[in-house]
Ligand binder design. Structure first.
Ligand code: SF4
Length: 420
């Protein structure tokens, strides 16, 4: 029988042919947890009674959610993580290195064909590099630490073919929001989404990360792309060698095959308080904003900062808006300094924070006031997501966020590109 990419990866890792609906126990290539979830995983692991993590070289912990720590309680949890990684000899990225989903690929941890679990819902980001990457709870992570394996019910796959060419001012984030609007928040529940087509071919690897990252918001267990020349070059640049890309069989069985032509796509906005509450920007233009946020595992990459800087250059953030910018990793921060993007941001009167999740998680930085409106490049706009349940979060691309920060209201970035 013919197989999808997910079926092939799970077959390879469980050493038997498996298909959607089968249950298997599979060897894991990588296990990740961040500071919101690792402490729970450590406690669950210790309760299981085993002294040593089975494959420490395959485990990585990251402190990114509350980075640096805002309170004594969080500092204690960070200390628990630091002590555990020292004792177990596992890989570690402390405060200031950046967001887990950006630094793992950047540091060459992710390979095509890998099976990865992460105690974070946006783990499917790594699917841009042809890995099957799945978000898990802390107890599953503890089981992975214990055995180096985990059980899976093999997911069905939805194939989405994206045709056409993206117009100017329209980016991967707009594509992601458009797809989530179509699929709805539960449209891909427990399924993998395989994305392909001319639009995917045209996207950079950075933009592909954005797309895979966001598919979680349609309920997807994971999202995955095929390897092409761009992927190979990107992996080479990040010191990943000897790759074994996984392609689907021509007649693999899909639960759904969807096709969209995106040549006329407009910038998209997700309105509060659901990511699938998506409208074209024309429906929201003119809505006043109080805060704009550029960053996160969705849109905190160098390409995103470059797009925002191209709009912010020689302009100022509107006097009624705070623009907060968080580079996704130390490497991105360094490159943004070298390329003078940070200078552009500071001259535009934006606030630049150190690499990490920043205001996305709503626990320490950039919490909006009552009834304030935020336009954000993050992946979630749930009530209270940024720390105040009485604020309103609109999701958009880096270009739309930068344009809106300048104008003080939701603004189609295409108008600013053409003003230059
Ligand atoms: Fe989660 Fe936001 Fe951090 Fe991404 S940036 S890992 S969505 S808290």
């Amino acid at each position: 029988m013919k197989q999808t990419i997910a079926e092939k990866i799970l077959s390879e890792h469980s050493k038997k042919d498996v298909f959607a609906g089968d249950v298997c126990i599979a060897d894991l290539d990588l296990i990740m947890a961040q500071d919101g979830t690792a402490p729970l995983a450590i406690k669950a692991f210790e309760k299981m009674g085993k002294k040593r993590v089975s494959h420490p070289q395959k485990v990585i912990f990251v402190i990114d959610h509350n980075s640096p720590s805002p309170s004594i309680g969080v500092s204690q949890l960070h200390q628990l993580m630091r002590n555990f990684v020292k004792k177990q000899g596992i890989n570690f990225n402390d405060v200031g290195n950046g967001v887990c989903h950006i630094i793992l690929p950047e540091n060459g941890y992710v390979k095509p064909g890998n099976l990865i679990i992460g105690a974070d819902s946006h783990t499917p980001t790594y699917g841009a590099l042809n890995a099957l990457a799945v978000g898990m709870g802390s107890t599953d992570i503890a089981a992975g630490l214990y055995t180096g394996k985990l059980w899976f019910r093999v997911p069905e796959t939805i194939k989405i073919i994206l045709k056409g060419e993206l117009p100017q001012g329209v980016f991967a984030k707009d594509v992601a929001l458009f797809l989530i609007g179509k699929l709805r928040a539960d449209g891909a529940n427990y399924k993998v989404i395989e994305l392909k087509g001319k639009v995917i071919d045209s996207l950079s690897i950075e933009a592909r990360f954005t797309l895979c990252n966001m598919m979680v918001e349609a309920g997807a267990k994971s999202a995955i792309l095929e390897v092409d020349e761009k992927t190979e070059k990107w992996l080479k640049r990040h010191n990943v060698k000897n790759i074994s890309p996984v392609f689907p069989d021509k007649d693999a069985s899909y639960s759904q095959i969807l096709e969209f032509n995106l040549s006329n796509l407009k910038p998209q906005i997700a309105k509060p308080h659901r990511v699938d509450n998506v409208v074209p920007i024309s429906k929201m233009e003119g809505k006043k904003v109080d805060q704009a946020f550029l960053g996160t595992c969705t849109n905190g990459r160098l390409e995103d900062l470059r797009i925002a800087a191209s709009i912010l250059k020689n302009r100022k953030v509107h006097r009624n808006v705070r623009l907060i910018i968080v580079p996704g990793s130390r490497e991105i921060f360094v490159n943004a300094v070298k390329e003078k993007l940070i200078e552009t941001f500071i001259k535009a009167e934006a606030v630049v924070l150190p690499p990490g999740c920043g205001p996305c998680v709503g626990t320490h930085q950039g919490v909006p006031a009552e009834k304030e409106v935020v336009i954000s490049t993050a992946n979630r706009n749930f009530k209270g997501r940024m720390g105040n349940p009485n604020s309103f979060i609109y999701l958009a691309s880096p270009a739309t966020v930068a344009a809106s920060a300048i104008k003080g209201k939701i603004t189609n970035p295409s108008s600013l590109f053409s003003e230059k």
